[in-house]
Design a protein around this ligand. Structure first.
Ligand SMILES: Nc1ncnc2c1ncn2[C@@H]1O[C@H](COP(=O)(O)OP(=O)(O)OP(=O)(O)O)[C@@H](O)[C@H]1O
Ligand SMILES: [Mg+2]
Length: 367
């Protein structure tokens, strides 16, 4: 297996810059997820690594080899596409072995590889079936199998689960994670689904408009987003944002929104860095789970706020409560048996130790 390195990689389509100065080092055997909204350049980045798209500038290394001018078939990668298609007239065995047969690999070796991959994917009993005789999840496994039999240095997976229903996606998600451990392969996985990114990746690369916003372990990114975009993109329901100003009184910094003024916990305050923002237009960020039901037994906060509840969505194990705090709308995650009712007031507290603060203009994180 191999590491993959992108140095200052750019891709222009005419005058449009689809990928801008991407620098990324992916370690051998690492599972890295590229995530971001539609059109942010994920597939283009993956296709450049695969050699299906020429780089406009920059360098791509697979292993220690500069591959800019190496054709796709010689890069020792296997790619599963966003819209993979199986050959409808071939059975599963023929589909999985197709690339190996093209390469004139000995029959016995092809047989070994196909059977091993089929075993790994739990499709060993389906080898004689045609694609139309398979379920969506089984087809997906065949598409993965086609990549696995090639025993490449690097797997490139472009939204491989996008065609599956929600339940099957969850199942395949954990299967691909297991597969990664068993294959000990380097995997670069593209998705626009932040849940897939959070659950599957050793590291996540968040992209927007062709630019890498942040690279890090899932929880690091969740807890310490570098800007408001990453903060809002990673996490579901998304982080709540409220316009605010920063107030300093007798050395105590507080956040003031339309609905509340609350002190910033001392452990988050670096006075010298914070002071220049006093009076400036800022964004206060708080995740839904950090808006806490006042009636929750585990609520250790002391300061409670009145909110207006608009909608209560019971999810079974918890409730999503939509409401407003002053002029700001929010979503909170409460317990399944919350007393919050639509159209009524309710009391909450904010877990200020988990608060975020962003510059409203640059959107960069301050806290
Ligand atoms: N061949 C092309 N010619 C011109 N523009 C292109 C071409 N391929 C991609 N683009 C543009 O480059 C940008 C990035 O596209 P890309 O396919 O990498 O997005 P993506 O992040 O994979 O999005 P999605 O989640 O929708 O698959 C888009 O704005 C797209 O329209
Ligand atoms: Mg794409």
């Amino acid at each position: 297996m191999a590491r993959v390195v992108l140095k200052d990689v750019c891709k222009n389509f005419g005058t449009f810059q689809a990928v801008k100065n991407v620098n990324l080092e992916i370690a051998d055997k690492e599972f890295v997820v590229l995530v971001g909204p539609s059109g942010c350049g994920k597939s283009t980045t993956l296709r450049m690594i695969a050699g299906l798209e020429e780089v406009t500038s920059g360098e791509i290394y697979i292993g220690d080899r500069l591959v800019n001018d190496v054709p796709p078939k010689d890069r020792d990668i296997a790619m599963v596409f966003q819209n993979y298609a199986l050959y409808p007239h071939m059975n599963v065995y023929q589909n999985m072995s197709f690339a190996l047969r093209l390469r004139k690999m000995p029959k016995a070796e092809i047989d070994r590889r196909v059977k091993e991959a089929a075993e790994l994917l739990g499709i060993a009993t389906l080898l004689k079936r045609k694609p139309k005789e398979l379920s969506g999840g089984q087809r997906q496994r065949v598409a993965l199998g086609r990549a696995i039999v090639r025993e490449p240095q690097v797997f490139l997976l472009d939204e491989p689960l996008s065609n599956l229903d929600a339940k099957l996606r969850v199942q395949m998600r954990s299967e691909i994670s297991k597969l990664h451990r068993r294959l000990e392969a380097t995997i670069i996985y593209v998705t626009h689904d932040q849940t897939e990114a959070m659950t599957m990746g050793d590291r996540i690369v968040v992209m927007k408009d062709g630019v890498i916003q942040q690279v890090g372990a899932p929880l690091d990114i969740y807890e310490r987003p570098v800007n408001a975009f990453v903060a809002g993109f990673i996490g579901s329901p998304a982080m709540n944002f409220m316009s605010c100003t920063l107030v300093e009184e007798a050395g105590q910094f507080s956040v003031k929104t339309s609905g509340f003024t609350l002190p910033i916990p001392a452990e988050l305050v670096k006075a010298e860095e914070l002071r220049p923002y006093v009076g400036a237009e800022l964004l206060f960020g708080i995740r839904p789970e950090d808006i806490v039901d006042a009636n929750d037994q585990l609520n250790h906060e002391t300061e409670f706020l009145n909110v207006q509840v608009d909608v209560v969505e019971p999810m079974g194990n918890e409730c999503y409560v939509h409401g407003s705090l002053g002029a700001d709308a929010f979503i909170a995650r409460f317990g399944a048996h919350t007393g919050a009712r639509p159209g009524r007031q309710h009391q909450v507290s904010l877990r200020m130790s988990k608060m975020h603060l962003f510059d409203a203009k640059t959107e960069l994180a301050i806290i």
